[in-house]
Write a protein that binds this ligand. Structure first.
Ligand code: DAH
Length: 495
């Protein structure tokens, strides 16, 4: 069998079957082989328009899936699946991935960049200990294919499989992730994340002393001179508990310290590259000293947990989440002797800072005025330049005001009424009808009639293309179509 068809078959296996990895090395090796083929394959083929959502099956990345009443993934989202920006050489998302990978070197860390985005609810939620009523599971937040299949909402969906496969002490995953979200310059329904983890095996630690082994690995890491605020204790009984059934205080402390140093080194690498790029553009650029701080956090799959914030442009900006992996993940993955840390980071947010990219839609632009600015960067990271905006085209606001469907109204769509209106449903209609020409959509008025109890909303839609000036006729037409789609899909009554 040729490599291409083998890779396609594999893809079908990976995405269509729910037992993604049965622990065999082979599954993962072949997934890696897929990289070689797929950089040239799906990314360059224009996406087939997917069928309307009433169908009983849907094609995603060459595999067919049965749909059911949970199916809520529109064609414009599915069309983005083959783009895989993290695999497009010189793309800012790719370059950001490269820089992060450079801080977590092979062979300690193995890189996985081609996992299929279609995963099971088990992978995305259950395997990570998400409770059944976790809001992330809601149809208003997540793109479902059917009741048990969805487009991953985070790269953590692959953690359990990789722990089970047990291929290397550490790993990095980069991948496209999907979330129903608002429309503005920093949110896009598809974005990219990187996941990292580092594990130690009790069986391999001298005298079983894992804490000593972790400290000794920490000693081998480089140091840095960045200012770090870390005011909290390594764990805290109420706020950020030690998993005391599984870890000694010394173990959790050592793992936390290794995690923090590793991630601080990553931030130093990214932001010193950003500063060098700024200096190349403007020799008078004065580099503000980099400041970061650790804050306590909560994730269902780590404890203790933290977020790392970077002081940037006068504000503390959250850049990643991390923590000591919940021991249940290792136990359920058949490697109960292991313990360690994990983190997850959004690549666009970092790339926007690194390259000074002002609008997240630009990452998806196929305009050569965007892509040509980064040619050659992947082969020479020291040539990294800040993005130079090619133009800011005029924007145009249009408002749409409507009454939400009243609860008693019979017939029509059951999707929305005064009680179950989800803003993300509106946002999705905006994206489906207008594509990338809406810069943001914001509620500007929210009114409930004092007598009837009916609720009305007014949204301001900011039409602005990144690539050209929109004509009045075009904007009016789009706005009319959007208005009509809101009536049809949400059952609202235009005011
Ligand atoms: N998956 C989390 C998210 O998308 C990020 C994250 C937090 C990943 C903590 C991790 C972790 O691996 O340990 O928000």
């Amino acid at each position: 069998m040729g490599r291409v068809s083998e890779a396609l078959l594999l893809k079908e296996h990976l995405s269509g079957q729910f037992a993604l990895f049965d622990g065999s090395l082979q599954g993962l090796d072949r997934a890696e082989e897929d990289t070689v083929v797929s950089t040239a394959h799906p990314a360059t083929t224009p996406a087939k328009p997917a069928q309307p959502p009433t169908q009983s099956s849907v094609d995603i990345n060459g595999a067919s899936y049965k749909t059911d009443s949970w199916f809520n993934t529109p064609p414009n989202i599915i069309a983005n699946v083959p783009r895989r920006l993290h695999l497009q050489k010189d793309h800012p998302v790719y370059v950001t991935r490269q820089i992060i990978e450079s801080v977590f070197p092979a062979p300690t860390y193995k890189y996985h960049n081609t996992f299929d985005p279609v995963v099971t609810t088990h992978q995305n939620f259950d395997s990570l200990g998400f409770p059944l009523d976790h809001p992330g599971r809601a149809k208003s937040d997540t793109y479902y294919v059917n009741e048990s299949t969805l487009l991953r909402t985070h790269t953590s969906a692959h953690q359990a499989d990789l722990f089970r496969a047990n291929l290397s002490p550490g790993y990095l995953i980069s991948a496209d992730v999907y979330r129903r979200d608002e429309v503005d310059r920093s949110h896009y329904p598809v974005f990219h994340q990187m996941e990292g983890a580092r594990s130690w095996d009790r069986a391999n630690a001298l005298g079983g002393d894992v804490a000593a082994a972790v400290w000794s690995d920490l000693e081998k890491l480089p140091t840095h001179a960045m200012k770090v605020e870390d005011p909290n204790p390594p764990f805290h009984a109420e706020r950020n508990p030690l998993q005391d059934d599984h870890h000694s205080a010394a173990e959790a402390e050592a793992i936390g310290a290794h995690l923090k140093r590793s991630l601080e080194l990553m931030v130093v690498e990214i932001f010193s590259r950003a500063a060098r790029a700024a200096k190349r553009a403007d020799p008078d650029f004065v580099d503000e000293p980099l400041r970061v701080r650790w804050v306590e956090a909560y994730f269902p799959f780590t404890s203790p947990s933290w977020e790392l914030e970077v002081y940037y442009g006068g504000d503390w900006l959250e850049v990643l989440g991390c923590g000591v992996v919940k021991q249940d993940l290792y136990i359920n993955a058949g490697v109960p002797n292991q313990l360690g840390w994990a983190f997850g980071i959004g690549l666009e947010r970092i790339a926007m800072l690194l390259f000074q990219i002002p609008d997240i839609r630009l990452f998806w632009s196929q305009d050569p005025r965007f892509s040509n600015q980064f040619v050659g960067v992947s082969d020479n990271l020291d040539s990294l330049k800040r993005f130079v905006p090619f133009s800011k085209y005029p924007g145009c606001y249009k408002d749409v005001s409507f009454w939400l469907k009243s609860t008693s109204a019979a017939g029509g769509s059951t999707k929305a009424n005064a009680h179950d209106f989800h803003e993300n449903d509106l946002m999705e209609i905006v994206r489906s009808v207008c594509g990338d020409v809406v810069e943001d959509a914001k509620v500007v008025d929210d009114f409930t009639h004092p007598k009837t109890g009916r609720r009305s909303l007014c949204y301001r839609i900011n039409y602005r293309s990144l690539e050209r000036t929109l004509t009045n006729t075009e904007t009016n037409e789009l706005h009319d179509r959007l208005t009509q789609a809101l009536v049809e899909k949400l059952g609202v009554e235009i005011r």
